[in-house]
Design a protein around this ligand. Structure first.
Ligand code: GUN
Ligand code: ZN
Length: 434
């Protein structure tokens, strides 16, 4: 057994869900904390003096009082193929897909380009302290191989799946019910549970699948119930009207999935802004997760997610950039946008709730709790270390902060990749800022 690596410094710890329990009981910061990393896992967590005494052989890495050791960020809904078209101007959802997204996704027909974008995307997010993502790929099976291979090369736990579309998408980006089934099935066999990979069956959304394709993917999920199923739900009002026209017998948008076997506790729906009461009831009964994508929702003009209301109904919630509909790769920026949307809805979120959502909440939405998202012994050693004084503007606010929470909040609201002092993936240091 190796002696391990002992990270010493202020440490973020979770005891409970800060949406179900008062945040001050659920989340705490140990100012003299320590965490022992060994063989890719978190071996011990506690107070620095005790861990130092118990592990005299361990290599020590010390972070000053201006830092905070956090779980690595978990981005629960992204489209890695959209990396190169992030921040494209002026469209709403359907026009944005047709004008920017589909032409770019077509370019990933070239396996070399898919590999280049997968590597570029993962390096960009690691620099932002994100250690796990759940990504849509393109309809091309090699786009899934490229992504899982790039993640494995970096030791990252990721979720991904082949995006399935058999209508309302251009020639070259359409599959069929049968090929979507067969290709996804082969990819599950190749990747699900291999190393740190999780497969998500991925119909893009109801408008780009026929009922036959949704049914085929529902059958595939039934055959592989350990996989996740990710898709989009009720992002914009004109999208919902379109769905109503395409599925006249459905009771609502969620019913287009439910009727085809695509609702269950391992379902993960992105956006979910404009929900009917029946949809909320069914989500709450089934344990399906919703993923809040705040920078995307303001950027594409979709609406204001009801985080407080849905969490009060017990729906598991994650947080995500929705790259490239979202306008940032950064989960700090994403937490800031979630705070701003909370303000517009009259329900401000505390820093402890924001950071929990970006780590443990997202991990739970992807059924990865117990492995990532929280600094606990036995978890995989995926960590992001924040510098709470990373720019002159933030440093002067940090100097005035009454406590670590005030300081963390300033970094959430104003921080960028300069605030990411260090990143550990599977116990390996992948980024260190001097
Ligand atoms: N709905 C269907 N596809 C997409 C996508 O790529 N991005 C966003 N934001 N919404 C979608
Ligand atoms: Zn999306």
């Amino acid at each position: 057994m190796t002696a391990g690596i002992l990270l010493i410094g202020p440490l973020l710890r979770y005891a409970a869900d800060p949406f179900a329990t008062p945040w001050s009981d659920a989340v705490r910061i140990d100012t003299e904390g320590a965490v022992l990393l060994r063989d890719g896992r978190i071996a011990q967590v506690g107070q620095a003096p005790a861990l130092i005494a118990a592990n005299p052989q361990a290599r020590q890495v010390r972070y000053s009082a201006d830092h905070l050791i956090c779980p690595g960020f978990v981005d629960a809904h992204v489209h890695y193929p959209q990396t190169a078209i992030i921040a494209s101007w002026g469209k709403r959802l359907i026009d944005w897909l047709n004008s920017y997204t589909f032409p770019e996704e077509m370019r990933l027909a070239d396996p070399d380009y898919a590999g280049e974008i997968a590597a570029r995307y993962l390096d960009l997010v690691l620099a932002e302290g994100t250690t796990t993502v759940a990504s849509y790929c393109t309809i091309h099976p090699h786009s899934v191989d490229a992504f899982f291979e790039a993640a494995a090369a970096r030791g990252m736990a990721v979720v991904a799946g082949k995006t399935c579309m058999d209508r309302n998408a251009p020639e070259g980006l359409r599959d069929t019910p049968q090929s979507a089934y067969d290709d996804s099935n082969a990819l599950i066999g190749r990747w699900h549970g291999r190393g740190r990979a999780t497969y998500a069956i991925t119909p893009r959304f109801s408008p780009t699948s026929t009922p036959e394709q949704l049914a085929a993917l529902g059958a595939l999920w039934q055959a592989h119930p350990g996989c996740l199923m990710q898709t989009h739900l009720s992002e914009q009002t004109d999208e919902i009207a379109w769905v109503r026209g395409l599925y006249p017998q459905a009771r609502d948008y969620l019913d287009t999935y439910e009727a085809h076997g695509l609702l269950g506790d391992r379902a993960v729906y992105g956006h979910a802004i404009h929900l009917e009461p029946r949809e909320i009831d069914r989500l709450s009964e089934t344990g399906a997760a919703l993923v809040h994508c705040p920078t995307s929702n303001t950027f594409i003009g979709s609406g204001l997610f009801d985080l407080a209301g849905l969490s009060a109904r017990g729906v598991p919630l994650g947080l995500a950039t929705d790259t490239g509909g979202g306008s940032s790769f950064s989960m700090l920026r994403t937490m800031a946008a979630a705070y701003e949307i909370g303000q517009l809805r009259g329900t401000p979120l505390h820093a402890a709730q924001l950071v929990w959502l970006a780590t443990a909440g997202s991990a739970r939405s992807l059924h990865l709790q117990g492995r990532i998202g929280s600094i606990e012994s036995g978890h995989d050693a995926d960590l992001a270390v924040l510098n709470l004084a990373s720019s002159p503007a933030i440093a002067q606010r940090h100097a005035r902060a009454a406590d670590m929470w005030e300081s963390l909040f300033a970094t959430i609201m104003m921080g960028d990749d300069r605030a990411i002092a260090d990143v550990w993936v599977s116990g390996r240091q992948v980024r260190a800022r001097p």
